[in-house]
Design a binder for this molecule. Structure first.
Ligand code: ROI
Length: 164
């Protein structure tokens, strides 16, 4: 990778069609992208749905990668993997999904683009993002949001459980 290598964090989530397999396949797909290298991958976490409750529980994880892809190019790659793994956007906001890949952080950059907001909105309050993120980046400072440990201190587990 070039000198312009950035550490990015990707949130993975699924609550349909064997979520653990969905996340394992997504990890393989991300690793087979050009110009991306995995740095770390968290445990899998079981989490009750945030938002509408009439949907299955989720499995979530967070992955750190080194990349010299531009943030929007990385986003497009992640969206392509979502579609390849059968994600259908039903139009229902916050509904069940086979695979959700969120670009959580891209180095220490703040991005406000019509297609991409980084840090990903809401991550400061989401147990299913913060706990796996802390597992792989225990000393992280998030742009605009601050110390991961401070965020965790104010974020109840909300039923989040690490899978064995
Ligand atoms: N809830 C949980 N627990 N995990 C998710 O990944 C997740 N993703 C979403 C919504 C529907 C907001 N709820 C979630 O997009």
């Amino acid at each position: 990778m070039t000198a312009a290598t950035i550490t990015a964090y990707i949130g993975l989530g699924s609550n349909l069609a064997d979520p653990v397999s969905q996340l394992k396949s997504a990890r393989i797909a991300i690793n087979s992208l050009a110009r991306i290298e995995e740095l770390a991958f968290s445990s899998f976490y079981h989490s009750p749905p945030m938002g509408p409750q009439d949907q299955p529980d989720y499995v979530n994880a967070v992955m750190a990668v080194a990349t010299d892809l531009a943030a929007l190019d990385l986003l497009r790659c992640l969206q392509k993997i979502e579609h390849e793994q059968g994600r259908v956007r039903t139009g229902a906001r916050w509904g069940a999904r086979t695979l959700d890949l969120d670009l959580l952080l891209y180095g220490d950059q703040q991005i406000n683009h019509p297609d991409l907001i980084v840090p990903h909105p809401g991550i400061g309050e989401r147990a299913f993002v913060l706990y796996p993120l802390q597992e792989i980046a225990p000393a992280l400072t998030l742009p605009t949001l601050g110390d991961i440990n401070q965020l965790i201190a104010h974020c109840p587990l909300a039923g989040l459980k690490k899978l064995a």
